[in-house]
Write a protein that binds this ligand. Structure first.
Ligand code: NAD
Length: 270
């Protein structure tokens, strides 16, 4: 089987929703047990139940990836249940502070929260998990960046900058951990109709400079954007990102490290 993860244990931050849920289910489908970790504990519990329904073991853990004590407690609970972690998926992410989609331009709190969650959160969780991977000379770390890491943005510069930082950190961390046989890669998803893009669409359909895009419903705005921006002219799905994560988490990808792989229907070609 390609991407065989039988007997592996994975930790997925942001696992309660959208892409994180898709990755949790994809890893379980390939044989991994999964710690579903999220600020949203009820959502994490629901996804853990879905993982168990696939015949794998799973626990739900409440975590705030901006808080070191909370991260340590998440790692402790994971080790109590699964002894070791083979796979870490850093998926938890935000696009701004509460109310961001009502603002025409980002405020200080929007810059601060994307730095705290999308950048420092990824670094702190990786630093908490990698020592146990180093001891066993085995590990796969996958950071969820974005196609937004590759270009500028008029209305969401803070978010794009945070995702460019994730790609840069992925390369540095890959160099740091290569001597320990740990692979570190990023996935750059394109456009997925998750709660995150639903909020973006509600902002942009209100303020977009292109007249025919103004006043559309969120979903119409999303569809028109795909039509105009994505060469393959279809949206990406949590299953698409899950499939790439499962591959990168497997030994089929043992010679891939420090990469940021686009899964975006061809929007960015690097
Ligand atoms: N949706 C897209 O089109 C898209 C495209 C590119 C990249 N991404 C990235 O994919 C990842 C997942 O996004 P999504 O679209 O599934 O969004 P989502 O809002 O559905 O999921 C994000 C999850 O992260 C959790 N989270 C937020 N802050 C947290 C914190 N401090 N600690 C722990 N968990 C926290 C949320 O509770 C939520 O469950 C994000 O990193 C996002 O930037 C999304």
């Amino acid at each position: 089987m390609i991407a065989d993860l039988t007997g592996k244990a994975a930790l997925v931050t942001g696992g309660a929703s959208g892409i994180g849920r898709g990755i949790s289910l994809a890893l379980a489908g390939q044989g991994a047990d999964v710690v579903v970790a999220d600020l949203n504990h009820d959502g994490a519990r629901a996804v853990a139940a879905e993982v168990e329904a696939l015949g794998r073991r799973s626990i739900a853990v409440e975590v705030d990836v901006t808080d070191r004590a909370s991260i340590e407690s998440m790692v402790g609970r994971s080790v109590d249940s699964f002894t070791d972690l083979d796979i870490l998926i850093n998926d938890a992410g935000v696009i701004g502070a509460p109310g961001w989609s009502e603002r025409d331009s980002p405020a200080d709190e929007d810059w601060d929260i994307v730095n705290a969650v999308n950048v420092r959160g990824v670094v702190m969780v990786s630093e908490a998990v990698s020592p146990m991977m180093k001891k066993r000379r085995y590990g796969k770390i996958i950071n969820i960046a974005s196609m937004a890491s590759r270009y500028g943005s008029i209305d969401l510069p803070h978010y794009n900058a945070s995702k460019a930082a994730v790609v840069s950190w992925t390369r540095s961390n890959a160099l740091q951990l290569a001597p320990h046989n740990i692979n570190v890669n990023a996935i750059c998803p394109g456009m997925l109709w998750t709660p995150m893009w639903q909020q973006i669409a509600s902002l942009r359909s209100r303020v977009d400079a292109v007249p025919e895009f103004k006043g559309l419903s969120g979903r119409e705005y999303f569809d028109k954007t795909i039509e105009s921006l994505i060469p393959l002219k279809r949206e990406q799905t949590p299953e698409d990102i899950g499939a790439m994560a499962a591959f990168l988490a497997s030994d089929d990808a043992k010679n891939i490290t420090g990469q940021a792989i686009q899964v975006d229907g061809g929007r960015v070609m690097v």
